[in-house]
Design a binder for this molecule. Structure first.
Ligand code: ZN
Ligand code: ZN
Length: 230
């Protein structure tokens, strides 16, 4: 099966490891498929404005540079490690209230999508680009410094139809509500620093191409999770 991690941050947003070094880290650890998913933060809240001020967000101006850099790394990773690197973003809707907040991975994204758009507009734009849509850390998290993002789970009756998969595990957390609802699932590191490589991961039984990976997750057959440790 393919060892995969679809939730990885770099210095393009709030990660501490540069893109090239991140790719080398995962390549040397024997990964088959990774997605680089730096934050696109909403500008319509005080949190969001701060993120933009400190350059913790991809924006419309640097989006093509960011995607171009990932595509270049993708070619290098294929030759050097036989690893597939997919460009993505994490749409980050941050508000004071956890009930209002949500994070969404768009994997194999091609055009910039602003995080201040409505959920419906974001999902439809992502579908038009054939990007894979993943609801991130959808329930209460144990990370002391992270803030809960509960909007999509609390509004799952309305939005589940747009979501290709939910994070059943994120870094050290497992969200058993996802399995109770029998939702399609993946597991990711939410990598921000080197030690986060040791965390929950996805295993896929499919070919190592972007098309097969997206199809396998959407059908959610031949998907497993594993705790990757040193
Ligand atoms: Zn997040
Ligand atoms: Zn993240």
């Amino acid at each position: 099966m393919l060892l995969c991690d679809f939730h990885i941050h770099t210095t393009y947003s709030d990660g501490s490891v540069e893109l090239r070094r991140t790719v080398d880290l995962f390549g040397q650890a024997g990964f088959d498929v990774i997605a680089i998913t730096d934050h696109v933060v909403n500008g319509d809240s005080s949190f969001g404005k701060l993120a933009h001020r400190f350059r913790y967000s991809i924006n419309e101006r640097n989006f093509s540079t960011y995607i171009g850099a990932i595509r270049e790394e993708s070619m290098r990773a294929r030759d050097k490690y036989g690893m597939l690197v997919i460009p993505g973003v994490e749409i980050s809707k941050n508000y004071l209230s956890a009930e209002k907040s949500a994070h969404i991975l768009l994997i194999d994204v091609k055009e910039f999508i602003p995080a201040c758009w409505s959920y419906e507009k974001i999902f439809l734009a992502a579908k038009e680009q054939d990007a894979l849509i993943v609801a991130c850390h959808p329930h209460h998290s144990s990370e002391p410094l992270s803030r809960d993002t509960l909007y999509l789970w609390n509004n799952r009756d309305k939005y589940a139809k747009y979501i290709d998969a939910w994070e059943i595990a994120n870094r050290d957390d497992v969200f058993n509500v996802i399995s109770l609802k029998k939702f399609p699932y993946v597991a990711n590191s939410d990598f921000h620093r080197t030690r986060h490589i040791y965390s929950w991961k996805t295993l896929l039984n499919c070919e190592k191409t972007v098309k097969s990976v997206k199809q396998c997750i959407r059908h959610n057959r031949g998907v497993a999770i594993t705790l990757f440790r040193n």
